[in-house]
Design a protein around this ligand. Structure first.
Ligand SMILES: *[C@@H]1O[C@H](CO)[C@@H](O)[C@H](O)[C@H]1NC(C)=O
Ligand SMILES: *[C@@H]1O[C@H](CO)[C@@H](O)[C@H](O)[C@H]1NC(C)=O
Ligand SMILES: *[C@@H]1O[C@H](CO)[C@@H](O)[C@H](O)[C@H]1NC(C)=O
Ligand SMILES: *[C@@H]1O[C@H](CO)[C@@H](O)[C@H](O)[C@H]1NC(C)=O
Ligand SMILES: *[C@@H]1O[C@H](CO)[C@@H](O)[C@H](O)[C@H]1NC(C)=O
Length: 642
């Protein structure tokens, strides 16, 4: 199965013990998985521990090619060919409630001549956080995606969704706990948002570094800092210092001190500093800017003052790093939120007359709204349907049925209820293909799918269903009684399957039912009277082509309802009747023989033929009587003959 939860469970029992010990020491919860690895892995230089996932059966483990030097030095990956279905997930259990940085590195299969670079989508807890863009293998910082999420239900579900461009291939998954208020940016920040890292740059630094390499705090989520030596105008200068930095590793974000020991500063020829990046349009971004005065030429407040503009709009006015941080060699963090309508985000620092700008680090997050999930009750009902019908992998019934909305389970129709903010299932039939036709080839309804198995009784837990079409499959067994408890069912098409038994009386309770196709099954018995009555009211019901249905207009009338005693009575009566018939036919045959003989005599001219016939009759009667077992027949005999 592509859901890895079951097997992961065992590993995480062991892990939760470790977790208990670690909470005592108030260390963050950490889970690192090396995908496709047969054995646990330790990687240099920090001896980082990675769990193997080889026991898990979803997808296929393979040797990895790491497309970038940034990737952790892992040698295996797990990929999900289309035969695994379009949605594949790692479901990690026993994750303590908290705030986490979740990071996924992508890999390339290490097969010779492998040139199919996959493009796919990634979701965390049902929210799509990232779509790989073509050319990702050529950009070092595009080999992973990372997001800050709240995990509140004890689980982490991380799913990979095929888009028809190659097989998703995953090198590693990391779930790293961070402070509950990490990257708090103001009142709009809540547990319902997800911050996807769009850029994280260490300015004036030559080497890429993770927090661990920087000896940063464990609560920082082991951030990866891309190096940026220049903003590109060729007129900025890199600065660095060995001096210690005050107030760097503060709650809630715990930045590494080393982050503030390098910077870019502007020069006389080009006093403005500007950083430009590509973004997705019409999104909100949270921007975090880091400063520390590390340039020996600036010794006091007032010597370096600049405005910060984002896409031309002033975000911060008259920033004076020494004044605001309280000292030289002290960290200052500013954050702001912007809506970007175009495809570029430009952060520019515009110094006041006579001074220069400085910046040490930049972080840009895309603000995503976490998707509401599908009602749990309905998810578990669909799971049981999936098992009962042995649904093929191509249906992609992994993760959440309705979210991300770009990748719903095929065959399940989703509806979002605004008042309860939950998704529910209102149909098991037709998937409306999304506008994005790239997904179209993978989606299908549940009719004509060669489905086997049976319909489970808890299908009624999908209590918002309006239509079910399982037509033209090989589903067998009884029609579950409970279907009658789905109040709003309008269409029920179970035609051309192998359902047997009788039609449950409960279907008569479905007052909204307008189309009921039960034709082409092996159903027998009486059609519920309540359905028969409905026929008159313009609904379209089809019961033809079954083993033996009866009881409504158009079908044979059913036999009378009989008690066991009545059946015995009828049986006895029938046997007696049968015997009587046997005896009578014997009498008739004998008499006929006599008549024939008499006719032969009369043909010879005997005038008393009639009397003789009478005589032979008397003899016969006596013989029967003597046998003593056919008194009635013997007594009736003369009347039959005369
Ligand atoms: C992966 O590489 C190892 C050698 O490094 C080799 O023994 C193994 O067969 C490879 N596995 C696959 C699936 O190619
Ligand atoms: C980010 O900015 C908001 C308001 O602009 C402020 O309330 C918040 O404390 C800042 N967050 C941090 C961690 O500095
Ligand atoms: C961006 O934020 C504004 C105001 O907070 C909100 O109205 C808008 O819906 C957000 N846009 C997106 C794409 O989330
Ligand atoms: C159910 O699906 C079949 C095709 O497999 C279609 O012919 C039929 O009309 C559908 N039933 C309803 C009620 O839409
Ligand atoms: C229906 O078919 C199943 C086998 O598929 C059989 O076990 C069961 O007894 C049948 N039920 C009726 C009522 O004929």
């Amino acid at each position: 199965m592509t859901i890895l939860a079951l097997t992961l469970y065992c590993a995480f029992f062991f892990f939760s013990v470790t977790y208990y010990i670690s909470t005592l020491a108030t260390a963050p919860w950490v889970m690192r998985i090396s995908c496709g690895a047969r054995l646990d892995v330790h990687t240099a230089p920090t001896n980082t521990f990675w769990y193997k996932d080889f026991a898990y059966t979803g997808g296929i483990p393979a040797n990895a090619t790491r497309p970038s030097y940034i990737s952790p030095p892992l040698k295996t990956l797990r990929y999900f060919p289309l035969s695994s279905g379009p949605n594949n997930c790692y479901n990690i259990n026993r994750v303590p409630k908290g705030h986490y940085a979740v990071r996924v590195f992508f890999g390339l299969e290490g097969r010779p001549n492998f040139d199919n670079v996959p493009l796919f989508d990634i979701s965390i807890e049902g929210t799509q956080i990232f779509s790989l863009k073509s050319g990702w293998t050529n950009q070092d910082d595009q080999v992973f995606t990372e997001a800050l999420v709240f995990l509140t239900d004890g689980k982490a579900s991380i799913c990979f969704h095929s888009t028809g461009h190659g097989d998703p291939a995953i090198l590693s998954i990391e779930i790293l706990q961070v402070d509950d208020r990490a990257y708090y940016f103001g009142p709009a920040w809540s547990q319902g948002i997800i911050l996807r890292t769009a850029a994280r740059l260490s300015c004036g630094n030559g080497k890429p570094k993770f927090d661990v390499d920087y000896s940063g705090d464990h609560w920082g989520g082991d951030r990866f800092w891309s190096p940026i030596k220049t903003f590109g105008q060729g007129s900025d200068l890199a600065r660095s210092t060995e001096s210690g930095i005050k107030k760097a590793s503060n709650t809630p974000n715990f930045y590494p001190e080393a982050l503030y020991q390098t910077a870019l500063v502007s020069t006389d020829t080009q006093p403005d500093l500007a950083y430009t990046m590509d973004v997705d349009p019409n999104r909100n971004y949270s921007i975090w800017l880091h400063f520390a005065e590390i340039d020996s030429s600036v010794t006091a407040a007032g010597q370096r003052v600049f405005d910060i503009l984002i896409n031309g709009n002033v975000a911060f006015e008259e920033v004076d790093v020494v004044k605001m941080s309280g000292d030289r060699y002290a960290a200052l963090v500013l954050n702001t939120t912007v809506t970007v309508s175009g495809r570029t985000l430009m952060i520019s620092l515009h110094p006041k007359e006579g001074s220069h700008a400085i910046i040490n680090a930049i972080e840009v997050f895309e603000i995503l709204t976490a998707e509401s999930k599908t009602l749990l009750e309905e998810v578990s009902a669909l799971q049981s349907l999936k098992n009962a019908l042995s649904l093929p992998l191509r249906f992609g019934w992994n993760g959440d049925p309705c979210v991300p909305p770009q990748h719903p389970w095929s065959g399940a129709d989703c509806h979002f209820d605004k008042t309860s903010s939950k998704w529910f299932i209102d149909g098991l039939c037709q998937y409306e293909p999304s506008l994005n036709m790239a997904y179209f080839f993978m989606v299908s309804a549940l009719d004509k799918q060669g489905l086997r198995g049976f319909l489970p009784n808890d299908i009624s837990r999908l209590r918002h269903l309006q239509s079910i079409n399982l037509s033209d499959n090989s589903v067998r067994g009884a029609i579950p009684l409970s279907i009658g408890a789905i109040p709003g069912l309008v269409v029920l098409d179970l035609s051309y399957n192998s359902f047997n038994g009788s039609i449950p009386e409960s279907l008569g309770q479905l007052t909204s039912l307008r189309r009921l196709n039960l034709n082409g099954n092996s159903l027998s018995g009486r059609v519920p009277a309540a359905l028969g009555g409905r026929l008159l009211h313009g609904a379209s019901f089809n019961f033809t082509d079954n083993a033996g249905l009866c009881g409504i207009p158009g079908l044979p009338t059913c036999g009378p309802h009989l008690s066991a005693g009545a059946k015995i009575g009828i049986g006895f009566g029938a046997s007696v009747g049968f015997l009587l018939m046997v005896v009578c036919s014997m009498c008739w045959w004998k008499r006929r023989q006599n008549i024939l003989r008499a006719q032969q005599i009369s043909a010879r001219g005997a005038p008393y033929a009639k009397a003789r016939t009478q005589l032979s009759h008397d003899i016969q009667m006596t013989r029967h009587y003597n046998q003593g077992n056919a008194r009635t027949a013997a007594e009736n005999g003369p009347s039959l003959l005369s």
